[in-house]
Design a binder for this molecule. Structure first.
Ligand SMILES: NC(=O)c1ccc[n+]([C@@H]2O[C@H](COP(=O)([O-])OP(=O)(O)OC[C@H]3O[C@@H](n4cnc5c(N)ncnc54)[C@H](OP(=O)(O)O)[C@@H]3O)[C@@H](O)[C@H]2O)c1
Length: 252
């Protein structure tokens, strides 16, 4: 286990996401050791350079398709070993997918669910075993407010994120006994490539840097469910409370 004076050892799954990069910059500034896992060697190497320049003590680029890893347990163990152990796991990756297409095309539906839930659940269960066995560490996963209530425009993505939220609540319950942490951070609208096709602007939109600060804080404080920004807790409370006959008249 690292002491407070040692740099943190972080495995970041989906490090190339805009929210991931913004979060990892905060860890780099504190001199962390980081595995950056994602697709695309060139992009991983560019991010590694950026994080080293910001102060990261060690950055290990890890080229992997995170939703199609045949032996995620072994792979995860190798990632952690490459930085001398594990203090934190951050899971960023995800895909919005095409809901309308997925309604008719099971391959697209499977891709959305495999990426956002099934594969993510595998990594989380593996990470939780390590955290439990060493009685130390945190697992922070990016969910979505879309997982709080099914809406006609994105309920397949929402279902996957909602499933992930339940898994994380269960893991938080399980890890509480050993002092480990499991937290799901649920962003609202964030200005990233994932939302490139949506018109942006207004008070509901956040920048990745603002969400990053909430994610970093979630690794040590609050949870197991954190909204980013926090006002989404109250928006989603209200949205969940709308009776179905009223909700079904909307086109959300
Ligand atoms: N932006 C929002 O408004 C918003 C709101 C709520 C929740 N979220 C969640 O926030 C997280 C980060 O997304 P973002 O907004 O930062 O968008 P982003 O920049 O588009 O990031 C998504 C990342 O996931 C990666 N990814 C997807 N499938 C992968 C796979 N199989 N293996 C490896 N990497 C994979 C993508 O890699 P490639 O570039 O290789 O495709 C991309 O780097 C996601 O989980 C998303 O669901 C976002």
């Amino acid at each position: 286990m690292s002491t407070p004076l040692d740099p943190q050892r972080i495995v970041a799954l989906g490090a190339l996401s805009a929210i991931g990069k913004a979060t990892l910059r905060l860890y780099a500034e504190e001199g962390a050791r980081i595995v950056i896992a994602g697709r695309g060697e060139e992009r991983l190497h560019a991010l590694a350079e950026d994080l080293r320049a910001r102060g990261a003590k060690q950055v290990v680029p890890w080229q992997v398709d995170l939703s199609d890893c045949p032996d995620s347990r072994t792979e995860f163990g190798r990632m952690a070993a490459s930085i001398g152990g594990l203090d934190g796991v951050l899971l960023f990756y995800g895909t919005l997918g095409d809901n309308a297409k997925a309604e008719k095309d099971v391959t697209e539906a499977r891709r959305i669910i495999q990426t956002n839930f099934t594969s993510a659940a595998e990594w989380c269960l593996t990470a939780a075993d390590i955290i439990e066995s060493q009685a130390h560490g945190s697992l922070v996963v990016i969910g979505s407010v879309a997982g709080d209530r099914g809406r006609q425009s994105n309920y397949i993505y929402g279902a996957a994120k909602g499933g992930l939220a339940l898994l994380m609540q269960g893991l938080a319950h399980r890890l509480a006994e050993c002092g480990g942490r499991a937290v799901i951070v649920k962003p609202g609208f964030v200005d990233t490539p994932m939302t490139a096709s949506i018109t942006k602007g207004g008070p509901l939109w956040a920048k990745p840097e603002a969400v990053a600060r909430i994610i970093k804080r979630a690794a040590t404080k609050s949870g197991p469910v954190v909204y980013a920004p926090g006002f989404w807790r109250w928006i989603m409370l209200a949205i969940r409370a709308v009776p179905a006959p009223v909700f079904h008249k909307t086109k959300l």
